[in-house]
Design a protein around this ligand. Structure first.
Ligand code: NCD
Length: 360
């Protein structure tokens, strides 16, 4: 099952994941075989927002396959600062490269980029919306540590509202049997309604809790997240919530002996450093799996033929509404066709937030 872009979890299927993961396992077993498998290919790395792991691991992945890399980690040096549109920047970048990876604070930016690119586009995080390659990292870690992904109780803890990694992970777990979630957050930082609506629609099992101590004994995986300071409008609100969950050695006493502690990183204070030596701490290994699964992804995408993207016309259903999410790409890039979300015809196809009907 070939795909041409990875901008949302919806682009993946179970069959595709199984193929990708088996390629990753072979890369882990026989890295030397792959050392030149993307020789002559080029990764374009466009980071409009800070990154350490995602940016470095994509660059390392490309270089370990023998590919070249160009790009930026700060858009100040690009023509975006002269007013160039994302569409034009993408057309140019695609002309010079074999695959594009993009991270941006604007939600839906990767979906928009894929409309104008002749080469595959990978979403490396679009604002507080989604982060599908972190999900590949997370699935690889779970599979490697537990031998399989299904039949598992996962606690997602922290900033479930703004944390894009947990939105994507929750959606991807739909592909596996026997998964139940514990959603651990204060009410103010609970999952956005489009994530919960989708979980309800497909019948994913979950319980909501504000207390990590209460649910930790139930968990096979505890997935901690950082409170996302950069997405808060009110600094006082951030300060009030930032230390709400701190995983300590003491708290771990109540957990299963084989529970895995995961975190997309960077960590701020939510996992105390004395947990790092606990055999259950999987977060540093997780970051290494990120590079390995991204090698498997690049190996697939870099060999795809160039393809002129089809002209995308506005969807007639979406014409009834405008997105008002201030972080959505459609607010700055007003030329973009209006698209409808997979999660409902009253939702924006870029950021999944409800659109405002122009009939009101
Ligand atoms: C995450 C991200 O950027 O969303 N980091 C990552 O990609 N590994 C998590 C975060 O920033 O909190």
């Amino acid at each position: 099952m070939a795909i041409r872009k990875l901008v949302n979890v919806a682009d993946m299927s179970r069959e595709w994941w199984d193929d990708l993961y088996s390629r990753c396992r072979d890369i882990i077993a026989r890295p030397g075989v792959y050392a030149d498998s993307c020789r002559g290919k080029i990764l374009a790395s466009m980071f409009y927002e800070p990154s350490t792991r995602t940016n470095f691991s994509f660059q390392a992945a490309a270089q370990r396959l023998g590919a070249g890399v160009f790009g930026f980690s700060d858009p100040v040096g690009t023509s975006a600062s002269k007013g160039e549109t994302l569409a034009d920047t993408i057309r140019m970048t695609a002309a010079y490269s074999s695959t594009i990876v993009i991270r941006s604070p604007q939600e839906g930016s990767a979906t928009a980029s894929a409309l104008y690119s002749e080469v595959p586009v990978i979403n490396a995080g679009d604002g507080g919306h989604s982060h599908p390659t972190q999900t590949l990292t997370d699935l690889t870690t779970i599979a490697q540590k537990r031998g399989k992904i299904g039949n598992i109780r996962i606690g997602l803890c922290g900033d479930l509202k703004n944390g894009r990694t947990v939105h994507s992970l929750a959606e991807a777990m739909e592909m596996f049997e026997g998964v139940s979630f514990y959603l651990i957050s204060p009410k103010e930082l609970s999952f956005p309604d489009y994530v919960l609506d989708r979980m309800n629609q497909v019948g994913q099992k979950y319980e909501v809790s504000e207390s990590l101590a209460d649910v930790i004994p139930e968990l096979d995986v505890l997935y901690m997240t950082r409170i996302q300071r950069e997405r808060f409008k009110d600094a006082g609100e951030y300060r009030r919530l930032k230390d709400i969950y701190i995983l300590t050695k003491k708290l771990l006493e109540g957990a299963k002996k084989d529970m895995q502690i995961m975190h997309p990183l960077p960590r701020v204070d939510e996992i105390s450093t004395d947990v790092d030596t606990d055999p259950r701490a999987a977060y540093f290994e997780q970051a290494r799996y990120g590079m390995l699964i991204r090698m498997a992804l690049l190996l697939e995408f870099m060999h795809l033929p160039r393809e002129v993207p089809p002209v995308t016309l506005s969807d007639p259903y979406a014409a009834a509404g405008e997105c008002t999410n201030p972080a959505c790409i459609t607010l700055s890039d007003t030329y973009l066709p209006r698209l409808v979300s997979r999660s409902g015809s009253d939702r924006c196809g870029y950021c999944d937030k409800k659109v405002t009907s122009m009939l009101l």
